[in-house]
Every structure is written in structure tokens, then in C-alpha cells.
Write a protein that binds this ligand. Structure first.
Ligand code: SAM
Length: 358
């Protein structure tokens, strides 16, 4: 390549600073969650000045200017809204406000029926996640000797434990609890939207198996929205839904449709093919309305959310053994699992809803 021009060098240097330091954006976000800034703003009516926030957070006066600098970065990166002087670090007239992103981090407020996303921030910015990411280069250099053997994630190499398994609980029970809270918050967010936007998915159905349904929250929401639906996990006489864990590699309760919501991204391609083959055994033919409903990220280079999708993919590579897939990846595993066709029926933010037909 030609030697960069002066203008290109100035830009490249600024870009390099940005790319080397932009880990401070999630660190500032973590600090905001730990200090309780979104919750304080909410209690103050959604907007507040720097002195109001200092008082509400009970921070020492000596830190006023420092908080102003943190808030300025949070406004610039879109975590908070700002008005009247919020680009200054010390303006007492500056006003900071909640925006949808920071509203997700308010304690005690249920959004679309579900809990705040604070645990997601605390898990994703935890020492364990960051140390795993710092181990990436060593991990790349390490060969896996056994052909076909699953490749342990950097998280496992660095910590000697697997996320969401007993080994993690043994290593650090407190962090394990945060990781499980984060998983639940991540999984539950958006169920209401899926049920509203995906009416056509469920309306004609007689029965559904919610495969790997976590704590049963999704199944309960589906039953509430579509009371006619016979659903596994089973509904008790009192209307409650009992989540019964089965092994998705061995038997999936039969139903007209099987739903895999935020499940397959956690598994390798080989495992996804095995899981989908079990799903196929559990459903009737396409003519009889058999289908698998998959809710997961569909990586799409034409999407404005591509960078988020790729961060979710590399995040998965660092911490677990799964991956995020583009349409071609999905199509390949559907064919290998013996399905004849599929349709991406809806895109909801970074995620998509796919119907797969036997
Ligand atoms: C990502 S969570 C569930 C997400 C859930 N579908 C939702 O949208 O809320 C994955 C779930 O799969 C369960 N799981 C993991 N391995 C499994 C297996 N072999 N058979 C059945 N369930 C499994 C875990 O216990 C966990 O509850």
C-alpha cells in the first residue's frame, strides 16, 4: 500500500487510539451500573444535573469533576442522553437523562414484563470474561490434537472451568450467580415482542415443545398469550407451567412444533445437527404442519446491527463453544439434519425467527 498521506496518518492515529481504548466504554458502563446511575436518574424523574446526581449517589464532593467526565463519555457513547452543557465535564447546568439503553439498567423496573439487564453488563464486563479475552492469542496458537474433538474456549483454558457448569460454581460461586442472572435476563428480554410480532408462528398451532426452555419463563408467556396451545413443558391444573428438563440430544417430547429459542448459538455445528435431527423426530410432516421454530441471531452483513452480531459471535468464541451464524451457515446445518426447507419469517433487532420444515 502507498505511504499514507498526512491527513490519513492523523485519522489513523486517532482511530488507533479509539480502537485501543474503546474497552473503556464498557468499563464506564459497568461503573455506571455499579454506582446505580440509571436507577438514580429514574428516581429523580428521568433527568438530573451533576450536583443532583452526586447527592443521589452519595459520592464525595471531591469526585464531582470526575463524575462529570464519566457522564460526558456515557452521553457521547449513547448510554445516557444529555442536554444543555452535557459535553462539558463540570457544567452544573448540564442535564443528563435516561435513554432506552440506560432504562434497561434501572433496578426494580420490569420492562415488557422482564427484569433489568444490569446482570448482562456485570457478566460481560467481569474479570472472568476479560481475562478470557486476554488469552485469545495464546489460545489461537494452541493446536487441538484429537480429530473431531471439541475445541475448549479461551474461557476454559484460562479459568479451568466452563460457563454455566458446576466447574464455574466451584471456582467462584458469586460470579457464577451473576452469570446465571445475566443468562436469564438475556434470554427473557423480548419474549413479549416475539409473541406480539410472531402471532403467525403460534396461532395455527395445536401443540409446542419449548426445547431447552430454561426456567420456563418463555413457556409461561406462550401459554398466557395462546391458551389453546398444548405445550411441553406441561401446564399444571392450576395453569402453572412446569419446566421439565430432558436431554435434547436424546429425546424431545413430540409436538406439532418444537421451539429452540437462544439455544443453538451455544452449540457447535455438529451438535446443532444432532439436536435438529432429534427435533425432526419429534414433529409430524410439513403437510401436517410440522416445523421447528428457531429464534437466534442471523448474522447479516447488510444489517445496521452487524457489528453487534459479530461482537456476540466473538464473545461466544471467547467464552463458550458455540457461534453466531449467517443464513448460509443455518441453511447448511438444516440440510445436514435432514430438513427440506426453511424461511426467515422475521427479523427482530439483531435476532431472527426461522421456521424450518421437515
Ligand atoms: C440459553 S438457556 C435457555 C434459553 C431459553 N430457551 C429461553 O429462551 O429462555 C439454555 C438452557 O438449556 C438447558 N440445557 C443445556 N444442556 C441441555 C441438554 N443437554 N438437554 C436439555 N437442556 C439443556 C440449560 O439448562 C438451560 O436452561
Amino acid at each position: 500500500m502507498a505511504v499514507p498521506t498526512d491527513a490519513e496518518l492523523v485519522q489513523a492515529q486517532a482511530d488507533l487510539w479509539k480502537h485501543s481504548l474503546c474497552y473503556l466504554t464498557p468499563m464506564a458502563l459497568r461503573c455506571a451500573v455499579q454506582l446505580g446511575i440509571p436507577t438514580a436518574l429514574h428516581r429523580l424523574g428521568g433527568t438530573a444535573s451533576l450536583p443532583d446526581l452526586m447527592a443521589a449517589l452519595s459520592l464525595p464532593q471531591s469526585k464531582t469533576a470526575y463524575l462529570g467526565r464519566l457522564l460526558r463519555l456515557l452521553v457521547t457513547t449513547g448510554v445516557l442522553g444529555g442536554a444543555a452543557g452535557s459535553s462539558s465535564s463540570s457544567s452544573t447546568a448540564a442535564v443528563y437523562r435516561l435513554v432506552p439503553l440506560s432504562y434497561l439498567l434501572v433496578e426494580g423496573v420490569r420492562i415488557d414484563g422482564e427484569a433489568s439487564q444490569r446482570a448482562v453488563v456485570l457478566a460481560a464486563t467481569s474479570r472472568h470474561y476479560l481475562e478470557a479475552a486476554l488469552g485469545l492469542a495464546d489460545w489461537f496458537r494452541k493446536d487441538v490434537q484429537l480429530p473431531g474433538a471439541e475445541v475448549p474456549a479461551p474461557f476454559e483454558d484460562v479459568h479451568g472451568a466452563r460457563l454455566f457448569e458446576e466447574s464455574m460454581a466451584d471456582l467462584d460461586p458469586e460470579s457464577d450467580k451473576v452469570f446465571h442472572e445475566a443468562l436469564a435476563a438475556h434470554d427473557h428480554m423480548g419474549i413479549g415482542l416475539i409473541l406480539r410480532e410472531g402471532r403467525a408462528l403460534f396461532e395455527g398451532l395445536r401443540s409446542l415443545t419449548d426445547c431447552c426452555g430454561g426456567d420456563g419463563t418463555t413457556a409461561r408467556a406462550v401459554v398466557k398469550a395462546y391458551p389453546h396451545l398444548k405445550i411441553h413443558p406441561r401446564r399444571g391444573d392450576d395453569g402453572s407451567v412446569n419446566y421439565v428438563a430432558g436431554d435434547l440430544f436424546h429425546s424431545i417430547p413430540p409436538a406439532q412444533a418444537v421451539m429452540l429459542k437462544l439455544v443453538l448459538h451455544f452449540w457447535s455445528d455438529e451438535d446443532c445437527i444432532k439436536i435438529l435431527a432429534q427435533c425432526k423426530k419429534a414433529i409430524p410432516s410439513r403437510n401436517e404442519g410440522g416445523k421447528v421454530i428457531i429464534i437466534d441471531i442471523v448474522v447479516d452483513p447488510s444489517e445496521p446491527m452487524l457489528e453487534t452480531q459479530l461482537l456476540m459471535d466473538v464473545g461466544m468464541m471467547v467464552c463458550a463453544r458455540g457461534r453466531q451464524r449467517d443464513e448460509n451457515d443455518w441453511s447448511t446445518i438444516f440440510t445436514k439434519a435432514g430438513f427440506s426447507d426453511y424461511k426467515i419469517v422475521k427479523k427482530l433487532g439483531a435476532r431472527g425467527i426461522i421456521e424450518v420444515y421437515p
